[in-house]
Design a binder for this molecule. Structure first.
Ligand code: SAH
Ligand code: SF4
Length: 368
């Protein structure tokens, strides 16, 4: 039975070395296996010719390389591609590939649903179901590479990976950290740590841990420049208010040798796009290692928010630029297939809804 076998997919190099040590094998076996799995996209022990036949047979008995499965594929008119991947129990998560002239970005999910309950987010409105395993997270990159026709000797198709799909990555730290390690490992996907971005709604203790463990690029979903408004938009702010969050950000940037933090700011018409909002935002971020990314709000069924009109978004950008804050406007991609930021809803069954403090507020179930 496959359940009895250990899944080697998604283990970090240290984890795999531990596994091989348990079999009395040398650490270099981990590097061999990683090369086969991640560089050659191979999930079949039988074809791994530089591993002895006896060991391959043993591996097939006790271990497996189990990757997620694709349930459906959607292509947007602008080249954006979205896969819905099947998880256990009828759940599904979404992974989005966004091609651009000089890079290819894969936007991956870290949880089925999300418990953070941000008021403007389709994933948040679905509620939380479960954390993804490191194998599920790494598997999204593996599958997308395969589907996009990646050849090891060819140019990279996926140059950047962003944790901006479903879920709050830092709420699933135990699985996200080994997954990041595989993404940046020379024998894994070998992606530069500057090209792996973790986006968080602001879990301060985990931001500090990430700084220590693995200094990848950090994006923070700020969305408001005062606590009263941020409390309403991003409820985790009630636990870690703006000042505390920003202090953690500057500590993080310092560890990364002055690299900037990206602050995401969703543009909600009449909610957070006023001149006073931008004045406050500029005050918080001026003369800091910060960059602002203004994200036009992507609507979804059942929301009352509206996207700020483009002239307003441009006015906000100009106001911030005048104060010396580096600011860009995110181009909306893939919205015709609901693949844009915050539109990823996947399929969340036996939905559970948590509020701050993990107090269970309501549970509902939906047939798959
Ligand atoms: N949970 C993490 C990462 C996933 S969300 C986080 O919140 O940072 C990725 C980005 O999309 C976040 O900045 C999030 O605030 C933003 N977002 C969520 N819903 C959105 C929507 N409806 N329109 C535009 N951006 C949205
Ligand atoms: Fe979760 Fe991020 Fe959506 Fe907030 S914006 S509910 S943290 S996925």
């Amino acid at each position: 039975m496959s359940d009895a076998r250990v899944n080697l997919f998604g283990l970090s190099r240290e984890g795999l070395e531990g596994f091989f040590a348990g079999l009395g094998e040398k650490p270099f076996r981990a590097r061999q296996l990683m090369t086969w799995m991640y560089r050659f996209g191979n999930a079949d022990f039988a074809t791994m010719t530089d591993i002895s036949k006896a060991l391959r047979t043993r591996l097939a008995e006790i271990a497996e390389i189990r990757t997620p499965e694709i349930r459906s594929l959607h292509d947007a008119g602008d080249g954006t591609r979205k896969w819905m991947l099947s998880m256990d129990g009828g759940q599904a998560i979404e992974t989005v590939f966004i091609p651009e002239p000089a890079r290819g970005t894969l936007c991956i999910s870290s949880q089925v649903g999300c418990a953070m309950d941000c008021s403007f987010c389709a994933t948040g409105k679905q509620g939380f179901n479960r954390n993804l395993s490191a194998a599920d997270i790494v598997g999204q990159v593996w599958l997308a590479n395969r589907e996009l026709g990646y050849r090891q000797d060819g140019d990279r198709i996926i140059t950047n990976v962003v944790f901006m799909g479903m879920g709050e990555p830092l709420a699933n730290y135990r699985q996200v950290l080994p997954a990041i390690r595989v993404l940046i490992d020379d024998f894994g996907f070998n992606i530069s740590r500057r090209r792996v971005t973790v986006s968080t709604s602001g879990l301060v203790p985990q931001i500090d841990r990430l700084a220590e463990d693995c200094n990848v690029a950090l994006a923070v979903s700020l969305h408001a420049a005062d606590d009263a408004l941020r409390d309403a938009l991003v409820p985790i702010n009630r636990r870690h208010p703006i000042e505390e969050l920003l202090e953690a950000c500057w500590r993080y940037a310092e560890r990364g040798a002055g690299r900037h933090i990206t602050f995401e700011y969703v543009m909600l018409d009449g909610v957070n796009d006023g001149e006073a909002d931008m004045r406050r935002l500029a005050k918080l971020l001026a003369n800091r290692p910060a960059k602002v990314n203004l994200i036009p709000f992507n609507p979804f069924p059942g929301t009352d928010y509206r996207r700020s009109p483009l002239p307003v978004i441009e006015r906000c950008r100009d106001q911030l630029l005048r104060k010396g804050v580096r600011t860009t406007i995110r181009r909306t991609r893939g919205d015709d297939i609901d693949a844009a930021c915050g539109q990823l809803a996947g399929q969340v069954n036996d939905r559970m809804r948590y509020r701050l403090g993990n107090k269970l507020v309501s549970i509902s179930a939906r047939a798959s």
